[in-house]
Design a protein around this ligand. Sequence first.
Ligand SMILES: C=CC1=C(C)c2cc3[nH]c(cc4nc(cc5[nH]c(cc1n2)c(C)c5CCC(=O)O)C(CCC(=O)O)=C4C)c(C)c3C=C
Ligand SMILES: [Fe+2]
Length: 470
Amino acid sequence: MRAVSVSALQHVDCPPSTSYRPLARPSLVHRYNVHRPCAAQSWQRTSTSRAVATPDRATEVPPPTLRSPGPARPIPGYDPDTDRVGVLLLNLGGPETLEDVRPFLYNLFADPDIIRLPPAARWLQPAVAWLISTLRAPKSRRGYAAIGGGSPLRAITQEQADALAGALADRAVPARAYVAMRYWAPTTEQAVAALKADRINKLVVLPLYPQFSVSTSGSSLRLLERLLREDAQLAAARHVVIPSWYARPGYVAASCDLIQAELARFPAEADGVEIFFSAHGVPQSYVDEGDPYKEEMEQCVALIMTELAARGWLRPYTDDAIRYLGERRVRGLLAVPISFVSEHIETLEEIDMEYRELAEEVGIKSWGRVPALNTNPVFIADLADAVLEALPYAGSVAGSAVGELDALLETYDRDRRQLPAPIGGWVWGWTRSAETWNGRLAMLALLSVLLLELVTGRGAIGTLLALMPR
Ligand SMILES: C=CC1=C(C)c2cc3[nH]c(cc4nc(cc5[nH]c(cc1n2)c(C)c5CCC(=O)O)C(CCC(=O)O)=C4C)c(C)c3C=C
Ligand SMILES: [Fe+2]
């Protein structure tokens, strides 16, 4: 008899759900018909039942269940004679070297979907981004130094793209997969240029975030929409967006396979292993304004727990702190990163190093962490199926009064805020980084002029004239 139970812990405060307003989904959104999630109460700290019998260790981890490609058949929404299919994977991007950290952070904080300033203060966004990125850079740099000097995100995302293209080829749909990062290379601009060069005329847009948030998929889609609109060739191509896919059975199954495999690694004497789900947080105001992220996250955890329970592993209960678990003399803890599908700084540094250390401090003897899905074959196969299921829904951005991407974006972005251009590392000459720095200096100069006016009560020119020697 072994006790296994579940806790849900967010490393950034997760707001309570009371003020969540569901988003009205536009009709283009492909709804997946999956088994209903169990009641979300499993997320709350209510039930504390835990002891369950687990199967014999030798039979604990089933082999991944991969569907083999069937015989050639017409694929709905795919015409092999005319369609040049592209899959655009949207992701966040990460600094590849320690020098990249500050400009990467600048791009992140310059995004109005990450740092939301009131309308009257929007012009200050570059200065605010510069300030926060400068202040945060040393801590972030230490984090990236601890995981080998840079983010693994680019390499892993490219591997996912290659694996997905392979899985689609196996399903008789030759498609190219492109990577578009929001804050670092390869940039969304570069990916869009590649789509154009390859004359892609049917595009499936797949954000690599299982759950939708304005701050992640939303921001990437907003940038993408602008780029597609600006180009006549791409605006005429047909597109479909898969906004979130946390409820897909393949994603849930692959996640459960990985959790089971990790549970099996715990030493037999580590009775009472807890599982905690670790998710990125978003500010409460996002949830208040309709960001579905929190609700999708709760449903996702519930789906995974239901599936694990169905496999005979556990009965869920939740909690929100490693310390609390330590006080309750929990001796085994398994961390499950839930909001992202690749290894990244938070899995490799925050969970593997900081949380692990904390767990040891509070007396948790056995520690495990479920790996990110990365190129897990069940997961990739399921993404390939998602792409095929989305193909018949592809429509043209230019072809309707309100394009499909537009309709999706309408649900959360009524302001149509201007997006800043991303910057790379510092390059000498008349370059984008020079323009950015000139812009920052101009901002500072403007701020100084305004302050001067406030203090002296005179206009800038009057003040300058008064300062001139006579
Ligand atoms: C679903 C995933 C994510 C959400 C939601 C999210 C929101 C969010 N993030 C920040 C600020 C930062 N994020 C940083 C890195 C980072 N963020 C995510 C995912 C989500 N963010 C990932 C996967 C990564 C790691 C990328 C990598 O290089 O491996 C960082 C930089 C890292 C650091 O300094 O710690 C910041 C800062 C905000 C403010 C926000 C919601 C508004
Ligand atoms: Fe983040």
